[in-house]
Design a protein around this ligand. Structure first.
Ligand code: DGP
Length: 123
């Protein structure tokens, strides 16, 4: 698989400081910020700072340090946002079938209310 990273995507612009964001957490390799169109009381996006298109790209090409930092940051966001007790959902959309809008790896951390079943039946 060849991954082509578009450095004009909106999250690349956020990482370069060209677009503001509501930061929840920043580490050496990871940034977490609130989704601009929240779908739950807690809706935080966690992204690696490196140029990875999607989860499988990151899993293949990121360094161990980046992967550890990203994974621990996701957990830290759950803790800081207070969703550990009642539960939460993490989603990472990829590609066309996954309806990924922004082609920079991100996980959605959702919580703060009952989230229903994971997928709706196909229309
Ligand atoms: P996805 O479909 O998984 O690629 O979701 C992309 C998410 O990014 C979507 O929930 C809306 C969010 N989003 C898009 N543009 C911006 C932005 O400029 N700032 C922030 N904070 N979130 C954005």
């Amino acid at each position: 698989m060849t991954y082509v990273y578009d450095d004009q995507n909106i999250f690349a612009k956020i990482l370069r400081g060209e677009i503001p964001n509501d930061t929840v957490l920043e580490t050496e390799h990871t940034l977490a910020f609130r989704d601009i169109q929240p779908q739950a009381p807690v809706h935080v996006l966690v992204i690696p700072k490196g140029p990875y298109v999607c989860y499988d790209h990151f899993a293949r090409d990121a360094s161990d340090a980046e992967i550890v930092d990203f994974t621990r940051s996701g957990g830290e966001v759950c803790k800081r946002e207070g969703v550990q007790e009642n539960g939460y959902r993490i989603i990472s959309n990829a590609g066309e079938a996954g309806v990924q809008e922004v082609p920079h790896l991100h996980i959605h951390v959702l919580g703060g209310r009952g989230l229903g079943r994971m997928l709706q039946p196909a229309p």
